[in-house]
Design a protein around this ligand. Structure first.
Ligand code: ARG
Length: 474
């Protein structure tokens, strides 16, 4: 047992209590952020004259050295410490003696952990954004190639009206773009530095919170120290956005699974992204899509868990908040893994254009267009609906598509039909005429694709300062 706070205790901590309380097994994940926070804190203490120049230099050098050794694997983060903060401080004291003991001047583990978690997740928000960007790029490439790939659009999983593959994938482009916007939004709202909040009520030292905020790449310090140590809203927002990403991925996965089935054969998942069966030699299973769909529950679970943990916690810091870490880390790693694999699966997937087109044609997806034809020739819509209903029934009995009906057969159902009906209900026309922006018509689709290409050229992350290099650089 190695802890920072033995002074007022007369008995050793019960071993089970110690283990129950300790967080090193998981908070070591942000060792880097913890040490970066310490470097910033020490530099600020030095600038403010709270530490001497020599002390500042010695501490900064030693923390950088510890960080380097941990990264290189020559220094192991030992679980004999209660948490990552204690590990760093104890190692410093070991190396610098009394100077090491000055690291924690004007700081509490409450504002320290609030900072560490924020620094860690802020970086993860950026990485999630980059993975979403790659996914969007993959979707857009497919859209670009399939503006003319006709397929049935579905409602109730029943064939409804003809669309294109570009249009169908375009819906997912919108979803993941909104997910990216959420990343940017969360980043901007969370980007305030809690360091200097102390345990809850700030400190009596003359800290320069603007300075630490700036060198850690924040837009400024948080403005209430009680909130600074106990705010976990940004985690809830992030977990909520991650849950939404998983919901989108899960819907997409479900479609891929259906499309990859023997009955549909709209797509074929690449061998590299499929798995076999130990008993059935013919099988090639869409396990990746299924696992992505399945892991959605875990991420929702993290959100529900943290919402429940935070509910009813009085101000300011309470130990409940230590529970914010494991599930958040798991959710982040899960979503990042799913995004990367999903992008890989999409980019290697083959699309069966012929199957998709045949499916659209054989599913009466042009029935609305046949009715529209009649309306354009003076038949009231309700009557047109009834006439085409009869046509569909006739086709079902004969096992043919509307396009396969002869002119005589059509005329027998309604004398309004003329030769141009065949062109009017062809897949090409049905799609081509849907020209309002957002519709699958090729011209409308191409306009949207141009807009998407422009959008992907912008990168909101490029304006973020390279604070890390500046902090660790010299
Ligand atoms: N491990 C703690 C956490 O994750 C660090 C803060 C400890 N603060 C305290 N007052 N015990 O929240």
């Amino acid at each position: 047992m190695a802890q920072l706070w033995g002074g007022r205790f007369t008995k050793e901590t019960n071993q089970l209590v110690y283990n129950f309380n300790a967080s090193i097994s998981f908070d070591k994940k942000f060792y880097r952020q913890d040490m970066e926070g310490s470097i910033a804190h020490v530099k600020m203490l030095g600038k403010q004259g709270i530490l001497t120049e020599e002390e500042t230099k010695a501490l900064v050098t030693a923390v950088k050295q510890i960080l380097q050794e941990v990264e290189e694997g020559t220094l192991e983060i030992s679980h004999q410490y209660e948490d990552i903060h204690s590990f760093v401080e104890a190692t410093l004291i070991d190396r610098l003696g009394d100077t090491g003991k000055k690291l924690h001047t004007g700081r509490s583990r409450n504002d320290q952990v609030a900072l560490d978690m924020r620094l860690y997740t802020r970086q993860e928000v950026l990485e999630t954004d980059s993975l979403l960007e790659e996914l969007l790029q993959a979707i857009l490439t497919i859209m670009d190639h399939h503006v003319d790939t006709f397929m049935p659009g579905f409602t109730h999983l029943q064939k409804a009206q003809p669309v294109t593959l570009a249009h169908h994938f375009g819906a997912y482009f919108e979803m993941f773009r909104r997910d990216r916007q959420r990343m940017q939004d969360i980043y901007q709202r969370m980007n305030y530095c809690p360091l200097g909040s102390g345990a809850l009520a700030g400190t009596t030292y003359d800290l320069d919170r603007n300075y630490t905020a700036e060198i850690l790449g924040f837009d400024g310090p948080t403005l209430n120290s009680m909130d600074g140590v106990s705010d976990r809203d940004y985690l809830l927002e992030f977990l909520s956005a991650l849950s939404t990403i998983m919901m989108h991925l899960s819907r997409f996965s479900e479609e891929i699974i259906i499309w990859n089935s023997n009955e549909y054969q709209f797509v074929e998942i690449d061998d590299a992204y499929s798995t076999g069966s130990s008993i059935m030699p013919q099988k090639k299973n869409p396990d990746i899509a299924e696992l992505v769909r399945g892991k959605t529950g875990r991420v929702y679970g993290a959100l529900t868990s943290l919402l429940t943990t935070m509910k009813g916690i009085p101000l300011a810091y309470n130990k409940d908040m230590q529970e914010d870490k494991e599930l958040t880390f798991d959710a982040i790693d899960t979503v990042k893994g799913c995004l990367a694999l999903f992008t890989g699966m999409l980019t290697t997937m083959k699309f069966n254009k012929e199957r998709m087109e045949a499916s659209a044609k054989n599913g009466f997806t042009n029935a609305t267009d046949a009715a529209d034809y009649l309306v354009n020739h003076g038949v009231p819509f309700r009557d047109a609906h009834g006439i085409v209903g009869q046509m569909v029934l006739y086709c079902i009995e004969k096992n043919i598509a509307i396009d396969d009906m002869s002119f005589e057969e059509l005329k027998a159902i309604s004398p309004v039909f003329e030769q141009d009906i065949f062109e009017a209900v062809s897949m090409q026309t049905c799609v081509e005429k849907r020209l309002t922006i957002g519709a699958p018509g090729q011209k409308a689709m191409q306009k949207v694709i141009v807009m998407h290409k422009e959008y992907l050229k912008q990168d909101w992350k490029k304006d973020i300062p390279d604070w890390e290099r500046a902090l660790l650089g010299e």
